[in-house]
Design a binder for this molecule. Structure first.
Ligand SMILES: Cc1ncc(COP(=O)(O)O)c(C=O)c1O
Length: 379
């Protein structure tokens, strides 16, 4: 089945009522038919039919064997970092969502796990930083917010040759455009809050594994059951509803993003545009091979920090807000928002500075978005 079909139907099976919309099972616990018997559902923290339908549908879209729907993207990344033990070494893309950097540096490093940041677009650099105790490579591609493209297939081969896992945060593209597991990734995570939700109204996360019998899956199963990070039933239903329009939304967002990126390139107040769908982007060829779309995120730099702040204040249609992936266009100032706690050294390495703006393109008419950006840039 193709993605557009899978997104609408997922794993939905009709119950005796024939309900087209997935029923919401708002039940915390489930009756046992008799001693030693179960309907397959015992207690809501462990399994709930609505959440399970969502998990199965997302696993199908990512072509993974098993998925867990959790309360946020950070809850999913938290489960991933819990897979490592004291003494393990983990390499991460140096351009990465600030919250992931904070979780690694300020929380998990206290438990004896060693984290190192590397430019994962450079295979030689990554190979040079692999150690005997390297157990994981964690990447974003495109990365947040500099839109760098890393080679998923090559990194998976490198990770496996060293007995490590490749973990891909697929938030920026969604499975509609990129399926890291088909390229060799072991684990995929999402901030489901973003494209998978698409309406800026649910905070959610997903963790998908390639192999449901593997060590990672067994550990995540234990963690999810024991710690209870799971997504609520009602939010699971909202996410199921969101998935139905995933393809329509992201295709329109990507179309708008390309038009805006091309327009930004011509503006005198704009000094750089970062969008992998532009043929001059250094990751264009690789992205064209490993994904079927370029996404709806465009970062750009303006001539001064003062202008960047003025643009944010002058916007009328596009909202100055954190987050991304929704139908409403949002403009973010990464240095003070999503990447506020990023170590100085990483900011310098990636070029994330006070002139950078990150646009999450929505599904509005592109001419209206461009008109808003134009009046904000011109003042
Ligand atoms: C790429 C990426 N991964 C993970 C997260 C964290 O997700 P959440 O905010 O749903 O916890 C974000 C949030 O902005 C993100 O942009």
């Amino acid at each position: 089945m193709q993605d557009f079909t899978l997104e609408v139907h997922g794993c939905h099976e009709y119950d005796k009522t024939g309900a087209i919309s997935e029923p919401i099972y708002l039940s915390a616990t489930f009756r046992h038919p008799a001693f030693g018997q179960s309907t397959g559902y015992d207690y809501g923290r462990v399994a709930n039919p609505t959440r399970e339908n969502l998990e199965k549908s997302v696993a199908m879209l990512e072509q993974g064997e098993r998925c867990w729907a959790v309360s946020s993207g950070m809850a999913a990344i938290n489960l991933v970092l819990k897979l490592f033990k004291p003494g393990d070494h983990v390499l991460l893309s140096e351009d990465l969502y600030g919250g992931t950097v904070r979780l690694a540096n300020d929380i998990y490093s206290h438990y004896g796990i060693e984290f190192e940041f590397v430019d994962t677009t450079d295979m030689e650099l990554v190979s040079g930083q692999i150690r005997a105790n390297t157990k994981g490579l964690f990447i974003e591609t495109p990365s947040n917010p500099m839109m760098l493209i890393s080679d998923i297939k090559a990194l998976a081969q490198l990770a496996h040759a060293n007995d490590a896992w490749l973990i891909v945060d697929n938030t920026f593209l969604s499975p509609h455009f990129q399926k890291p597991i088909t390229l060799g990734a072991d684990i995929v995570v999402h901030s489901g809050t973003k494209y998978l939700c698409g309406h800026n109204d649910v905070i959610a996360g997903f963790l998908i594994v390639a192999d449901k019998e593997g060590a990672a899956a067994r550990r995540v199963e234990l963690l999810a059951k024991s710690e209870g990070p799971n997504l609520s039933t009602f939010d699971s239903w909202l996410m199921l509803r969101s998935l139905k329009t995933l393809g329509l939304r992201v295709e329109k967002q990507a179309e708008n993003a390309l038009a805006i990126a091309k327009w930004l390139q011509k503006q005198p107040q704009v000094t750089a545009v970062y969008y992998p769908g532009l043929p001059e982007h250094p990751g264009f060829a690789l992205q064209s091979r490993q994904a079927v779309g370029f996404g709806g995120m465009v970062s750009f730099k303006v001539t001064s920090a003062e202008l960047a702040k003025n643009v944010l204040a002058r916007l009328k249609l596009i909202a100055f807000a954190e987050s991304l992936g929704g139908v409403e266009s949002l403009l973010t100032y990464p240095l003070a928002q999503t990447h506020a706690e990023m170590p100085q050294e990483l900011l310098a390495r990636t070029g994330l500075d006070d002139k950078l703006l990150r646009l999450s393109v929505g599904i509005e008419a592109v001419a209206d978005l461009i008109a808003d950006l134009q009046q904000a840039l011109e003042g």
